[in-house]
Design a protein around this ligand. Structure first.
Ligand SMILES: [Zn+2]
Length: 280
């Protein structure tokens, strides 16, 4: 009886998903779960990602239980170090990952079409609630917007005709935000010290939801470079999609051109069944 009540209260997709997990993945991972339970976790990577349901870090990196220590927040932001006695969820995750788990890498993972970034870009719009929690949270982006220069702000329009400008601005801000998050990470004394001793490395990456392309921020020039998969492909979906998405091509135009690469939109390489993306 108790079992019937519990399952009837569960959202259907969670119930069916859990049952599939028990039937398919748990048998494979059971020994690993048992070992993790006995020995505790020791992930090497802290990943700071967005709450967006389309950007699950464990799926993108094909991670197993225990591999990634993940904190997700709206727009994958890292606020600067501020020991003011208030409650800081991302700061708590950072502190635990660095000081207790002693992770060796921190990765900030941004993504294309981020609603949180868009909320900042359209910050003249009405708050979602009187508390305006989203608005206050994404104000962390202000230094990144300033780094982009005032001309970036001038591009932002709020009427329908200016929608494309807002999208372009938001896409640029997604990248500027990653650079700012790396700066903010270094305001945490423990991270700054460990990085100077070579015991921790900071990274930023960007995932394009529409293409599956992961790009890595080049620390030398601050630009995103697409990561090739095992077969050397950069856009695993391009041969299947037929035509490219112009907004995605636009977002990668600078980095692809600078590296002498073809735009993903024009990619005609063959579908590779061994691609990491295609296996996922
Ligand atoms: Zn997002």
């Amino acid at each position: 009886m108790a079992q019937r009540v519990a399952t009837s209260e569960m959202p259907g997709e969670l119930l069916s998903g859990y049952r599939e997990f028990v039937a398919q993945r748990l048998p494979i991972e059971q020994a690993r779960f048992a070992e993790l339970a006995a020995r505790g976790q020791s992930p090497k990577v802290l990943l700071i990602g967005c709450c967006d349901s389309r950007v699950p870090p464990e799926v993108i990196f094909n991670a197993r239980p225990g591999q990634l220590f993940v904190v997700r927040n709206v727009a994958n932001l890292v606020p600067p170090y501020r020991p003011d006695g208030e409650m800081h969820g991302t700061g708590a995750a950072l502190e635990y990952a660095v000081q207790a788990l002693k992770v060796e890498h921190i990765v900030v993972l941004g993504h294309r079409n981020c609603g949180g970034i868009r909320a900042f870009a359209e910050r003249n719009r009405k708050p979602l609630s009187p508390g305006d929690f989203v608005g206050r949270w994404v104000s962390v982006l202000q230094p990144a917007a300033r780094l982009m220069g005032e001309e970036g702000l001038a591009e932002v329009g709020l009427d329908e005709a200016a929608c494309e400008d807002v999208e372009r601005y938001a896409a640029r801000l997604e990248v500027a935000s990653l650079r700012q998050s790396l700066i903010n990470l270094r305001t945490f004394p423990c991270i700054r010290i460990l990085e100077s001793r070579g015991r921790i490395q900071l990274h930023a990456a960007h995932f394009d939801v529409s293409t599956g392309i992961l790009s890595w921020l080049d620390p030398a020039d601050g630009r995103l470079m697409p990561i090739p998969d095992n077969a050397g492909q950069r856009d695993p979906f391009a041969p299947l999609r037929g035509t490219g998405c112009t907004c995605c091509a636009d977002s990668l135009k600078v980095s692809a051109t600078s590296a002498g690469m073809a735009s993903p939109a024009g990619d005609t390489r063959q579908y590779d069944p061994n691609s990491t993306f295609n296996k996922a």
